[in-house]
Ligand binder design. Structure first.
Ligand code: HEC
Length: 305
């Protein structure tokens, strides 16, 4: 195997090894980044919904309760205001959603889907669980959801959600007696769910990852070419010149000009040393030839006996 092949092989293996390590890291980093971004987005929507709920209870409900027109105003219900405002956002961003999903809802639109029922079951099974974050794919659309359990901790809730008899007549007139009742204190009745799209961030993360790997490969290819050209020019060419010259000297050809030396690196030192050695060889050879000639001359001059 020649030097270039050997160096290129070492470079290639090093690159592949480095690419594998950097690639795995970059993949995990871009994926975690995208997940973190989307989770933050979902968390913000959740906080917004919780804020709307508090605003309804603390500021809207007291005022609406003063009307006293005998009508039930759903605007006094935090679940209603949070869902309504989220639905307004949804008109602009159809893939974002907020829902207070329960097994047995007062408003049928809040009925938990099969997926949501499974999430509620997980909260019921594990009372310590306060938050669930996961990605899901429905009909090829990736999304991320954050869900909190809805636990009845305030006895006031039971004024409308225990039995129809206890609920305000005006409310029953609007919602009927079928859903939203039978809830108990400390029971987990449902889940607050925020769903945000994940397809685009996932695509962006993948694009960032591939761009990074491509850039790394391009840098390597450039480096590969530069290293090859440099080795050829700085090492292989002078080494070949020395080999050719050594070849000629070994065949007895001493007439060629000395090797040209440029620079001050190790290769230049080697060329200088080689030139010096060649000069010594020439001197020795010339000396020997002279001695040979003299010996012949002496032999001729000696009188024959
Ligand atoms: C004055 C009556 C009233 C009280 C008190 C009340 N709710 Fe409700 N709640 C309703 C009505 C009415 C709805 C349906 C609103 C709508 O149309 O979206 C509802 C809806 C909900 C929903 C959404 C699911 C569903 O049933 O449609 C949840 C969750 C909920 N309430 C939880 C609570 C909790 C928790 C409390 C106590 C902090 C509470 N409610 C107190 C009347 C009430």
């Amino acid at each position: 195997m020649n030097l270039t092949t050997r160096i290129n092989l070492i470079l290639g293996v090093t690159f592949l090894f480095g690419l594998a390590i950097v690639g795995v890291n970059a993949f995990l980093l871009t994926r975690d980044n995208a997940l973190q971004q989307v989770t933050d987005q979902a968390e913000l929507i959740m906080q917004q919904a919780l804020a709307v709920r508090s605003y309804t209870v603390n500021e809207v409900r007291p005022l609406l309760n003063q009307i006293g027109d005998g009508q039930f105003h759903p605007q006094t219900v935090p679940a209603y205001s949070a869902t309504q405002t989220a639905n307004l956002v949804r008109k602009e961003r159809p893939n974002f959603s907020y829902k207070e999903a329960v097994f047995n809802p007062t408003n049928p639109r809040d009925k938990a889907t099969a997926i949501e029922e499974k999430i509620i079951d997980r909260f019921i099974a594990d009372p310590e669980l306060t938050r669930l974050v996961a990605t899901q794919e429905i009909n090829g659309v990736k999304s991320l959801y954050i869900s909190y359990p809805i636990r009845i901790t305030n006895p006031d809730c039971l004024g409308c959600h225990s039995t129809p008899e206890k609920a305000p007549a005006a409310m029953r007139a609007v919602y009927g007696d079928d859903g939203g009742f039978g809830w108990k204190l400390n029971q987990i009745v449902g889940t607050q769910m925020v769903v945000v799209p994940y397809t685009l961030p996932a695509q962006l993360a993948r694009k960032t990852f591939f761009n990074f790997i491509l850039s790394l490969t391009v840098i390597f290819v450039i480096l590969f070419v530069v290293i090859n050209v440099t080795i050829r020019k700085l090492v292989l060419k002078p080494v070949r010149r020395i080999t050719r010259m050594a070849d000629e000297v070994s065949k007895g050809n001493l007439r060629d000009a000395e090797l040209k030396v440029s620079g001050k690196d190790e290769i230049a030192e080697m060329l200088i040393a080689f030139n010096r050695m060649r000069r010594s060889v020439i001197k020795i050879v010339q000396m020997m030839r002279r001695m040979q000639v003299e010996a012949k001359a002496r032999a001729k001059a000696r009188p024959k006996t």
